[in-house]
Design a protein around this ligand. Structure first.
Ligand code: ATP
Length: 445
């Protein structure tokens, strides 16, 4: 692995091969909004499947949910997301780009005997923006006539939908704490400083799980989830040395959290958050109980014990995980004097597992290659490609991370064997067509 990756190279590769590209391009694009093309979708789906597998297939204490994007507006009053609406916020234009409540900064400056009209960023000393009322949530109305409609919000996190469905889920899932509810879905944030490709966008997908536990077990489960989630990224093939767990300092903690640690990855932009693992205590269930008037607690029918569960939340970004895989797998090397870009993705994460390529476009080779491809595709994502020189076709597959190239040549027509080329070692072996699918399946694991 060479240390060659930059965000520009990732952006260029994603565009060149149609993985991820700017949205609304025919209108000149729309800021910080991206579309996923064919290979991007396949890669993203592999992440989604790996997450569901770890959350619900390999455990029996978590159930799945898919809650609505637009929830009752009271949800956001209870969660605290609406509270900041009229708060004047300023943002650091310097290094740290952090946001602050302007009224808090003024109070602090006054307390220190400094001029509250000359505020600077308390973290890095940078210049601050003009204060403005700010809320992260996108607002819209239900009802075709805007003035008569009621204001609703696009969810800024998927977590709240889980809390709203806690009671219903407890009723039908036949689970009791410790148990979790997991969901993947779109969230929307009117970020002040979006950017860095898909690292921070206005709409993005989250993979969140709320794990409900007895209050005195919260610390134990927090540790459990920090370990589990770190390991998960390693199973996706991410370099362990580029992952770290960073506990939040007291000044960083959200209003609902008693402890949070971020899993960070060493992106080309530096160490940055990939996932947050928070101990949310009983904040959310208590808030929704108060605002809805419903009892949101767990009652142990055997002992009669009742309590409001505490919540451990691993909250990951799907786009950021895709970006991590791309950055981690990106490599450049040289073959026969020619520079090659290659995505060294784990085979199980690669968008396409095998490309079947006829060496020449005649002598029955295209038909034979297509027949092999059609057989393979029921077992794994495969591609048939007959266009262009063989070298170009390999380069293309290398760039999207296809681990195996299968070439049909004149010898295939005689002895029914193909060449199987490995993306990383470039080793080529002859394999009988009859054994090919099993051979690839066993390599896939
Ligand atoms: P950040 O500090 O980067 O703004 P956050 O702490 O606000 O993130 P959480 O609310 O903990 O983020 O959301 C959980 C995960 O959702 C993040 O770790 C990240 O992977 C993803 N995420 C959050 N905001 C965005 C965004 N604007 N674009 C892409 N992914 C995001």
């Amino acid at each position: 692995m060479t240390d060659v990756v930059s965000m520009d190279k990732i952006v260029a590769l994603c565009k060149r091969r149609g993985l991820i590209f700017p949205a609304s391009e025919i209108y000149g694009g729309i800021a910080n909004t991206y579309d996923y093309g064919h290979y991007g979708v396949l890669l993203k789906n592999n992440v989604v499947n790996a997450w569901w597998k770890a959350m619900i297939q390999e455990r029996d204490d978590i159930v799945a949910l898919d809650s609505a994007i637009i929830q009752h507006p009271r949800t956001w009053e209870a969660s605290g997301h609406l509270a900041g609406f009229s708060d004047p916020l300023v943002q650091c234009l310097g290094k740290c780009k952090r946001r602050f409540r302007e009224d808090h900064l003024r109070e602090e400056a006054e307390a220190r005997g400094e001029d509250p009209e000359k505020l600077v960023c308390p973290v890095c000393g940078g210049e601050l923006t003009e204060p403005r009322p700010f809320n992260l949530m996108f607002e819209t109305t239900i009802g075709p006539v805007r003035e008569e409609g009621s204001t609703v919000y696009l969810r800024p996190e998927t977590a709240q939908g889980i809390f709203l469905d806690f009671k219903t889920t407890l009723g039908f899932a036949r689970k009791k704490p410790p148990f979790g509810i997991a969901q993947i879905g779109k969230s929307f944030r009117n970020e002040i400083t979006p950017g860095n490709f898909i690292f921070r966008t206005l709409e993005f997908e989250q993979m969140e799980m709320e794990f409900f536990v007895a209050p005195d077990e919260a610390d134990k489960w927090h540790r459990h989830w920090m370990e589990q989630r770190m390991e998960w990224y390693v199973t996706l093939g991410v370099d362990r040395d580029k992952l770290r767990l960073r506990p939040h300092g007291a000044d960083e903690l959200s209003h609902y959290s008693s402890a949070t640690s971020d899993i960070e990855y060493l992106f080309p932009i530096g160490w940055s958050e990939l996932e947050g693992i928070a101990n949310r205590g009983d904040f959310d269930l208590r808030q929704h109980a108060e605002y809805s008037g419903q009892k949101l607690e767990y009652v142990d029918t055997a002992t009669g014990d009742r309590y409001v569960p505490h919540v451990i939340e691993p909250a990951a970004g799907l786009g950021r995980t895709v970006l991590t895989l791309l950055c981690d797998a990106y490599d450049e090397d040289e073959i026969g004097g020619e520079r090659r870009t290659v995505l060294r993705l784990l085979p199980r994460m690669a968008p396409v597992k095998a490309a079947v390529l006829p060496l020449v476009n005649k002598d029955g080779q295209p038909e034979k290659a297509r027949a092999i491809y059609e057989e393979l595709r029921s077992r794994m994502t495969a591609e048939y490609d007959a266009g262009g020189s063989i070298g170009k076709r390999y380069r293309r597959q290398d760039e999207i991370g296809t681990p195996w190239g299968i070439t049909v040549d004149h010898q295939t027509m005689e002895d029914d064997t193909v060449t199987l080329r490995d993306r990383d070692t470039l080793e080529q072996v002859r394999v009988p067509v009859s054994e090919l699918a099993d051979e690839l399946a066993s390599r896939l694991g």
